[in-house]
Design a protein around this ligand. Structure first.
Ligand code: HEC
Length: 177
């Protein structure tokens, strides 16, 4: 295994190396070309997969922390209030007697919490003297009377419309004889 490499072996080695080097170069070129072709493909994202990922990343029980959480909760509360307000109370009736019977009666029939009793002239006289517009406004916005009692805004049902409140107050006033 010693001695100089024969001439024909040298030639073979040179040519064989050249062929190997050429093949390696071809591999690199093909690999780069394949990468280029791959880059041309549009990336496809499955919306269902994105949703599933979002669901997995969402906080358990939708509990949020920090400023983001506060903003999220405020937004949820605002949305809930809006949804409640956009609902139609008592089928949208403008019959004051019906609305009174559904809600206002809980305080105004027995005089709960200092509410003026329906039909009681002594209690309603001075209030009616304020004028209907003031009574309606107090029923809409809520009212802290001078006696320290409190009429909650819309009797506590934010989905009552102004027209419904007005109809009810008119009916209540008409019951004072
Ligand atoms: C939770 C009890 C409660 C409910 C329910 C309630 N009220 Fe009252 N309301 C009061 C009280 C208490 C007052 C007296 C407030 C005061 O003068 O201190 C009052 C007063 C009023 C007055 C007189 C306001 C004034 O300026 O003197 C009107 C009008 C009135 N309510 C309308 C209604 C209508 C209409 C409803 C139903 C949609 C209703 N209330 C439901 C408790 C209630």
């Amino acid at each position: 295994m010693s001695g100089p490499i024969s001439k024909s072996d040298q030639t073979f080695l040179r040519q064989f190396s050249a062929v190997i080097a050429g093949l390696v170069a071809l591999i690199i070129v093909l690999a780069l070309f394949a990468l280029y072709l791959y880059g041309l493909q549009p990336t496809y994202t499955d919306p269902a997969q994105v949703q599933a990922t979002d669901a997995r990343l969402a906080p358990v029980g939708a509990v949020y922390a920090g400023a983001t959480g506060q903003a999220a909760m405020a937004a949820a509360a605002a949305a809930a209030a809006k949804a409640a307000a956009s609902q139609v109370a008592y089928g949208g009736t403008l019959d004051g007697k019906t609305i009174f019977g559904q809600l206002c009666t809980s305080c105004h029939t027995a005089g709960i919490a200092g509410a003026p009793i329906l039909g009681n002239k002594t209690m309603w006289g001075p209030r009616i003297a304020q004028g209907l517009a003031t009574l309606v406004k107090h029923a809409e916005d809520g009212y802290h009377g001078p006696d320290g009692n409190f009429m909650p805004p819309r009797g506590g049902n934010p989905s009552l419309t102004n027209a419904q409140i007005e109809a009810t107050v008119k009916w209540m006033v008409s019951q004072v004889k």
